[in-house]
Design a protein around this ligand. Structure first.
Ligand SMILES: NC(=O)c1ccc[n+]([C@@H]2O[C@H](COP(=O)([O-])OP(=O)(O)OC[C@H]3O[C@@H](n4cnc5c(N)ncnc54)[C@H](O)[C@@H]3O)[C@@H](O)[C@H]2O)c1
Length: 341
């Protein structure tokens, strides 16, 4: 049994606590939160689990093998390092840290101690994303031309991060996983409408350029009337729409496109032929992504799998977020990314 301690019992932490607690290979040993009222509320559901307001008690607990960090991103580096220095494997929520240097320090600290480090990029483990990955890998859509993503709703306004750091990690992590590549360039524009005094952007439009001319546009917002989670993939053969809020039809594959036909009447002439065929709704499994993510971390600790959202994956996401924010502050300047090994 792998002993688990979870730091952070706010909005997201209880989901991780529940999912780690339900894993047959793990035992939930302790939970921690600075807010004792919240700690006790969540703790009521886990009467056999130790509770502490001091994360140091948790990271130094000899019964704990792995620490899950589910606190605000500004605390990820400090808490992650404390757990690694105490000899624990670490699972850190997204984004891995507030800058890429801190990510590199975490990766080196884990490697030096032969400890595992994973980042909670939940979408990498979600059934629809897994389905899209297998469709892309099978060439079902042909070459991907571009992807358009909307991740918008009203709130939750964050105080320690702008909307890019809060919402875009999901999209960048998902796309890096789907394409098996990282963007070569980033640009972004955005604005602070509500938290003007704090200078925290609540709306942003991010453009990513992936190798092979694949363009991605991501609209992230905390200021939108409707919760929308839609990704449209346009390929040379087919097109796919992934709607994560649809209860039953998350993925639709459209046999639509445009073929360029040579025109024999004149040299260099061509005709465009529009295709509009069937719409296919592939069956998508319905398991909870967090359950798969928790199991993956436990398997990783036991060397049963190669992690799909390890420290390096987390770092590459943070590099894109950093570049996007640099561009945001510089009128949307295109920032070329230096790819790391
Ligand atoms: N993977 C996902 O889909 C997903 C979804 C939502 C949030 N998140 C991530 O989860 C993390 C937490 O987000 P949230 O929305 O739950 O935030 P939150 O503010 O609701 O909760 C954070 C909790 O951490 C506690 N905390 C802060 N510092 C602490 C410390 N030193 N020791 C113990 N407790 C401490 C706070 O008291 C608070 O209760 C963030 O990194 C966020 O990006 C991930």
């Amino acid at each position: 049994m792998i002993g688990i301690g979870v730091i952070g019992c706010g909005y997201w932490g209880p989901n991780l606590i529940r999912n780690f607690n339900s894993q047959p290979q793990a035992k939930l040993i302790a939970i921690s939160d600075l807010d004792e009222k919240r700690l006790n509320q969540v703790g009521l559901l886990y009467p056999d689990t130790r509770k502490t307001a001091n994360y140091e008690d948790l990271v130094n607990d000899p019964a704990i093998d792995a620490v899950v960090v589910a606190t605000p991103m500004s605390t990820h580096f400090k808490l992650g390092m404390a757990a690694l220095e105490a000899g624990k494997h670490v699972f850190i929520e997204k984004p891995m840290a507030t800058n890429s240097d801190d990510c590199r320090t975490l990766i080196a600290a884990a490697a030096a101690r032969n400890l595992k480090l994973m980042v909670g990029h939940t979408f990498v483990y979600s059934p629809p994303v897994r389905m899209i990955k297998s469709l892309l890998d099978d060439g079902e859509l042909g070459d991907i031309y571009y992807v358009n993503i909307a991740r918008v709703n009203l709130g939750i306004f964050q105080k320690d991060a702008n909307v890019i750091w809060d919402l875009a990690p999901h999209d960048v992590a998902m796309l890096n996983f789907l394409f098996g590549a990282e963007p070569v360039a980033v640009s972004a524009t955005g604005h602070c409408y509500v938290q003007k005094e704090l200078g925290i952007e609540d709306v942003a439009f991010v453009t990513l350029e992936y190798p092979g001319g694949r363009l991605v546009h991501i609209h992230v917002s905390w200021l939108d009337p409707k919760k929308i989670r839609t990704c449209t993939f346009v390929g040379s053969s087919k097109m796919l729409v992934y709607d994560d809020v649809s209860p039953s039809e998350k993925i639709r594959v459209y046999d639509k496109g445009v073929d360029v036909q040579p025109h024999y009447e004149g040299f260099g002439e061509f005709q465009l032929q529009y295709r509009s065929g069937d719409v296919f709704l592939p069956h998508v499994d319905t398991y909870e992504p967090l359950k798969a993510e928790a199991a993956h971390f436990l398997d990783m600790i036991q060397d049963k799998v190669v992690c799909q959202s390890d420290g390096t994956h987390g770092l590459k996401v943070v590099e894109v977020l950093e570049a996007a924010c640099l561009s945001l502050k510089d009128d949307g300047r295109r920032i070329a990314l230096e790819l790391i090994g």
